[in-house]
Design a protein around this ligand. Structure first.
Ligand SMILES: Cc1cc2nc3c(=O)[nH]c(=O)nc-3n(C[C@H](O)[C@H](O)[C@H](O)COP(=O)(O)OP(=O)(O)OC[C@H]3O[C@@H](n4cnc5c(N)ncnc54)[C@H](O)[C@@H]3O)c2cc1C
Length: 404
């Protein structure tokens, strides 16, 4: 499956991590991580810090899956609003999931601070706009429940929103706990960091095509027929993880993004907030460190990559129009556009941990609009499991909930 097409800005802006290193001979490692995107990179980071020997395998050029196409907004809000999630999975699990998501933004920040990797991580405010009156009522419910559970949030009515953010909408929820980054640079930066410290093996262009459970671990087989012996496998294969799962757990979605030419910093919107809305599918926007505007959305159910790509021109026009509805006074000229694959789960939560009965195969599947914050959580939960530390998040994000 093509995970994206068109020109994802990050792969153009950053120098491509030009690393061609396929596995050529049989190898043995404690943990084999399948996937070198932001999830695999964060898992590798956590395991290396814990002194666990690991190797990352990717069938593509490093980090050129969804991670290269991501708009990389980091928000504690999950695609399913807290007030609605409570109805799906209960109050305690929902609140823990929201707080875990909030904490993961700080944890990501600390990962970059401690490694000296600079993926343009920046704290920004976030605005969740009411798209219409029913969206306004959702914001009222959301505000009340988030306040009750000590999540950072304030309510802006229409006049305050217009005065502070120049946006005409019925209202918005605001918080200052969000952030943005460049996930391609983050993933490649972390992998390079651990390569340099010589504690990580990294193999590109190495597809894992099958696996066999053995006493005390797994034997994986590459497309070239080369065996890899390991005690544990971590599947961080993004939306292609289905081949390792006994059953389908997510729906695939096609999504679209574009980036404008740079403008003068003074022409950008107040606070350079992350902006999104209550409508489904939602439209969202952010700025970049080089004063561009990145907008995305227009999601449709995934059918196949050809169909997704055929819609690109039409989707560009719709996203441009959406942007102009919010900020008609800001000059917006599209520079690049791309489409990608995304996925969602029924309760908006990721799948992290082993499939029941397969104790040594862990999944790190950060599905949904918060894929990257979920990747951080997955890396910690899996590390904790391997070193024997109890983690309350395991229960909430594990596959066991499918049977409930
Ligand atoms: C347009 C777009 C916008 C997005 N915006 C946001 C956002 O604002 N905020 C946010 O948090 N998330 C966002 N996401 C989601 C986020 O980008 C993803 O959740 C995240 O990048 C997934 O990272 P990953 O490492 O799990 O997957 P990937 O980056 O796809 O990496 C998986 C890797 O596994 C490799 N692989 C797969 N199968 C095999 C195999 N059998 N053998 C070897 N290698 C294999 C692939 O080649 C790939 O490189 C967005 C996604 C898209 C497409």
């Amino acid at each position: 499956m093509d995970l994206h097409s068109g020109l994802p800005y990050w792969i153009v802006k950053n120098q491509l991590f030009n690393y061609h290193h396929p596995l050529k001979e049989a190898c043995t490692v404690d943990v084999a991580i399948i996937g070198s995107g932001i999830t695999g990179a964060l898992v590798a980071h956590e395991l290396c810090l814990a002194g666990i020997s690991c190797a990352v395998f990717d069938k593509r050029t490093i980090a050129t899956g969804s991670t290269g196409a991501s708009t990389a907004q980091l928000q504690y809000e999950i695609d399913v609003p807290l007030s609605a999630m409570i109805d799906k999975v209960g109050e305690s699990a929902s609140v823990t999931a929201y707080h875990a998501s909030l904490q993961s933004i700080t944890d990501l920040e600390q990962v970059f601070e401690s490694t000296g990797v600079h993926p343009n991580f920046k704290r920004v405010s976030s605005l969740f706009l009411a798209s219409n009156q029913s969206g306004f009522r959702l914001l009222e419910r959301e505000y009340e429940v988030r306040r009750r559970h000590n999540l950072p949030v304030s309510f802006l009515h229409a006049d305050a929103l217009l005065a502070a953010h120049r946006i005409e909408a019925p209202g918005a929820l605001k918080n200052t706990a969000a952030a943005q980054m460049d996930s391609y640079s983050a993933a490649t930066g972390l992998l390079k960091y651990h390569r340099k410290k010589s504690d990580l093996l990294l193999f590109s262009h190495t597809e894992i095509v099958s696996y066999q459970e053995r006493k005390g671990g797994y034997e994986l087989l590459t497309g070239e027929g080369i065996p890899i012996s390991c005690k544990y496998v971590v599947v961080a294969a993004g939306f292609e993880a289905g081949q390792f799962l006994p059953k389908q757990v997510m729906d695939l979605i096609s999504t679209y993004a574009l980036i404008s030419q740079p403008v003068q910093p003074s022409q950008l919107w107040p606070e350079r907030s992350l902006i999104w809305e209550t409508a489904t599918p939602y439209f969202y926007m952010r700025t970049t460190s080089d004063n561009r505007m990145m907008v995305g959305g227009e999601d449709v159910p995934f059918r196949n990559p050809e169909r997704r790509d055929r819609l690109l021109r039409w989707k560009i026009k719709r996203l441009e129009r959406k942007f102009r509805e919010v900020y008609p006074e800001i000059p917006f000229v599209v520079d690049m556009a791309w489409c990608g694959t995304f996925s969602s789960t029924k309760d908006g939560l990721p799948f992290i941990g082993p499939w029941p009965g397969k104790k040594r195969m862990h999944f790190a599947l950060g599905y949904g609009g918060n894929g990257i914050t979920f990747s951080m959580i997955a890396a910690q939960v899996i590390k904790n499991k391997l070193v024997g530390v109890k983690d309350e998040r395991e229960k909430i994000f594990g596959f066991e909930r499918l049977g409930r």
